[in-house]
Design a protein around this ligand. Structure first.
Ligand code: SF4
Length: 144
């Protein structure tokens, strides 16, 4: 018998655009080829130029957005928030329903301490959370 996830009643989240997940400490924002194409189109540059200017290699076939010297994401502005919000990478769009974040109530509660949008806003069903977390864009890693 398959047991229900701990969040079987769903979880609440609404992005408040606090930027807490966008900087302040060293992190990783993984980008897929699709993310690169979307962002490059938005910025009106070629995919190759985008990759050269805005990404760094993590390892074999894995790229992350670059960070500024203060560890903020290259696209995060303290006064304006995410400059590419409508085209942000999948990893950013699937937060906080990442596999490792929803892996336990303890982990969820830990992450909620720094994300004011968690446990607020609309209720997301267990089915939706399962679907998102299975393809969360973190490539199995721990994200930022
Ligand atoms: S792309 Fe935007 S949402 Fe994602 S980490 Fe950078 S500033 Fe934040």
């Amino acid at each position: 018998m398959i047991s229900e996830p701990w969040y079987h009643h769903g979880l609440r989240f609404r992005c408040t655009r606090s930027g807490n997940c966008c900087g302040g400490a060293p992190g990783v924002v993984r980008v897929t080829a699709g993310d690169i194409t979307s962002l490059a189109r938005y910025l009106k540059v070629s995919d190759a130029s985008f990759q050269e200017t805005y990404t760094r290699e993590l390892g074999e076939d894995e790229l992350s957005l670059r960070e500024k010297s203060n560890h903020d994401c290259i696209f995060f502005e303290r006064e304006h928030g995410c400059l590419v919000y409508q085209h942000r990478p999948r990893q950013c769009r699937t937060w906080p329903f990442w596999r490792h974040v929803v892996s336990s109530p303890k982990r969820w509660a830990e992450e909620a301490k720094r994300c004011p949008g968690m446990n607020q806003g609309p209720l997301h069903s267990a089915e939706e959370i399962e679907r998102i977390s299975q393809d969360d864009g973190t490539f199995g890693g721990t994200g930022s």
